[in-house]
Design a protein around this ligand. Structure first.
Ligand code: SF4
Length: 334
């Protein structure tokens, strides 16, 4: 499952957001994908009647922003119908978190927009084909993602994506040295919003230090990109899953800078997730994304109690601590 990121507000409104997952099938095979670990390639998608019931239930609970997760949500055969249904119900914001492959077809992009899509987040990890193909394991995939982004940018300029367009690379050892060129490349395509999510050491890369870097390894690149962005690029850049204590001290002292680039809970809409289990089971797992993060995926250390940013920090991936240990997470002084 891809990490929800319901960024900021929707046109000034702080909407209650829900992310619904109709299943785990996908047309990519990303090496860091959680959905891929025990996915059965014959596993069916959720019946559209179950999806619509969940969309309606969440609407009745107050959600007005809806995102579709996967697997790959554009591969879900009923995705357009579900988007249309959501907008007809009254959802204001409808978002896709996608690998972008199907959006290389402009007719499909227009079909989604006509159904009421208002925001797209595309998972693209490198502007270099060899790295993108290594991470995603699909030959020729970069050209399709770039084509998709060109279609989306063109439509965004016509006001057809009022809640925005972003790319969300997974930050790993392979793409870290090229972050600045990555941003420049996709700014040339017309993208203005970049979210780098530090890789979650899970699935095929759980113990793979050739893919999962130490924070210290990538920090010079992160700092360089921030400085370049402040000086020259002046676009929207942020980072997920990077605890404040691994940042240079000069950053730690400047809350506005931290808030702009690293504050996860403050930058994202409050998000609940509905994960529809296969129809034969019929269950729906419902959970709050941030609570689940605190409880299951991330950890705090005993020393975090002394950290001045403890309340604003989501912690460290448990699997990162398993891989590299707790060294280097020194509490931030007030
Ligand atoms: S709370 Fe812990 S993990 Fe978070 S920034 Fe502080 S020391 Fe680091």
């Amino acid at each position: 499952m891809k990490t929800p990121r319901a960024q900021g507000t929707s046109r000034g409104l702080r909407l209650k957001n829900v992310e619904i997952n109709p299943g785990r099938l996908c047309n990519n095979k990303c090496i860091f994908c959680m959905s891929g670990v025990d996915r059965d390639t014959h596993e069916p998608w959720a019946d559209p009647a179950r999806m619509k019931a969940e969309i309606k239930l969440r609407y009745e609970e107050g959600a007005r922003s809806l995102g579709f997760l996967g697997g790959e949500p554009t591969a879900y055969p009923h995705i357009v119908e579900c988007m249309r249904y959501a907008r007809e119900l009254g959802y204001v914001r409808v978002a896709l978190c996608t690998n972008g492959a199907r959006l290389a077809n402009p007719a499909f992009v227009d079909e989604c927009l006509a159904a009421g899509l208002t925001r797209v987040t595309v998972s693209v990890h490198s502007h270099l084909a060899s790295i993108e193909e290594f991470l995603v394991r699909v030959p020729g995939i970069l050209d399709r993602k770039v084509a998709a982004l060109r279609h989306l940018v063109e439509r965004q300029k016509r006001g057809l994506l009022p809640d925005g367009l972003s790319v969300n690379p997974v930050l790993c050892r392979q793409n870290a040295p090229h972050m600045e060129e990555f941003v420049r490349f996709f700014m040339d395509v017309g993208v203005r919003d970049f979210r780098f999510n530090f890789i979650w050491p899970e699935a095929d890369v759980q113990n793979d230090k050739t893919v999962v870097p130490r924070f210290a390894d990538v920090m010079p690149r992160i700092a360089a990109l921030i400085l370049e962005n402040e000086r020259e690029l002046k676009t929207r850049v942020s980072f997920g899953a990077v605890p404040y204590c691994v940042l240079p001290e000069a950053f730690q002292k400047r809350w506005p800078l931290l808030a702009k680039y690293f504050y996860e809970e403050g930058n994202d809409l409050p998000t609940e997730v509905s994960f529809l289990k296969p129809d034969k089971d019929g269950r729906v797992d419902r959970f709050d994304w941030h609570e689940k993060g605190h409880e299951s995926y991330r950890a705090k250390l005993d020393s975090c109690r002394r950290c001045s940013l403890n309340d604003r920090c989501m912690g460290i991936y448990r699997s990162y601590l398993d891989l590299y240990g707790a060294e280097g997470f020194t509490p931030v002084e007030g």
